[in-house]
Unconditional design. Structure first.
Length: 282
């Protein structure tokens, strides 16, 4: 139960960051870097009386109906929840505190700032095995019927939306939109890599029993033990291999230093770890 509550708290945090970037920067500047939010910003130009949030919600409903027809019920509760919560957040922000004009005239700086905020939010949502729906549904349809890679499908949809903004708001806005699509993908990848970064630690020590006990009992992590013979000393020793988070690694390093300053330790970065205690395989 606590895990579920934490998941939805993080999903809402991520969605709020995405909603802020749309509300504060993208919509007031008529920037449409892909996604349902970008499509809603373009449509809002022709239907200014309908808020961007409401247009996002209508688009989500239409896409989910299309998805159920062509894909089936393969969306998941988290994705449905995320899609409508995001559009609801944008709608409420615009309704109760509408932005009458951009808070800056430097569009490039605002685009970079909005993309970073949005990418961090989306990365947090993705980490909880959810997504914001929208163009992902179109990408799944393209994947099912035309065997187009999901990543390419999303990129195709986003670029089409960004380019269309150029016809509506002018070539400059379209160029910024396309730039935002690519920048968003890069930042999301980097954020996810940092959020999932763990340490693969290999330890050779004369106090291996104490270190094993500390890893299992104090850090509550598993470890793999195997025997190895040193080429220089020709001695048989136990080698401990474990995967730890950053904070856990700092604790382990301090502990090893306190009992064996001559221990031999190697550390590698692991960008994704699946299995018990880490990410679920999806």
């Amino acid at each position: 139960m606590k895990k579920k509550i934490k998941e939805y708290i993080l999903i809402n945090l991520g969605l709020f960051l995405v909603a802020l970037s749309i509300y504060l920067i993208l919509a007031p500047n008529s920037l449409a870097p892909g996604g349902i939010s970008g499509l809603a910003i373009v449509v809002n130009h022709f239907l200014p009386k309908i808020p961007v949030g409401a247009l996002m919600m209508c688009s989500d409903i239409i896409l989910f109906i299309i998805g159920f027809i062509f894909i089936g019920a393969e969306f998941g509760a988290k994705t449905i929840y995320s899609s409508f919560t995001l559009s609801g957040m944008v709608y409420l922000l615009q309704k109760y505190h509408p932005m009458k004009e951009p808070f800056s005239h430097d569009i490039l700086a605002q685009l970079i700032f909005a993309t970073c905020i949005s990418a961090v939010g989306m990365a947090i949502v993705f980490q909880q095995n959810a997504c914001t729906g929208g163009t992902d549904i179109i990408a799944k349809i393209l994947n099912k019927y035309f065997n187009i890679n999901l990543g390419k499908g999303v990129l195709m949809c986003d670029i089409i939306i960004a380019v269309s903004s150029g016809f509506v708001f002018g070539i400059e806005s379209g160029m910024y939109g396309v730039l935002g699509v690519f920048l968003n993908g890069i930042v999301i990848d980097k954020v996810i890599q940092n959020l999932t970064l763990n340490k693969e630690v290999v330890i050779v020590s004369n106090n291996s029993d104490d270190i094993k006990e500390y890893i299992v009992n104090e850090l509550e992590r598993g470890a793999t033990i195997y025997s190895a013979k040193g080429a220089f000393t020709n001695e048989e020793k136990e080698v401990i291999r474990t995967i730890l988070g950053r904070k856990e690694f700092i604790k382990l390093k301090k502990y090893i230093k306190s009992i064996d300053e001559n221990a031999f330790i190697t550390v590698n970065h692991v960008h994704e770890t699946f299995g018990e205690g880490f990410l679920n395989i999806v």
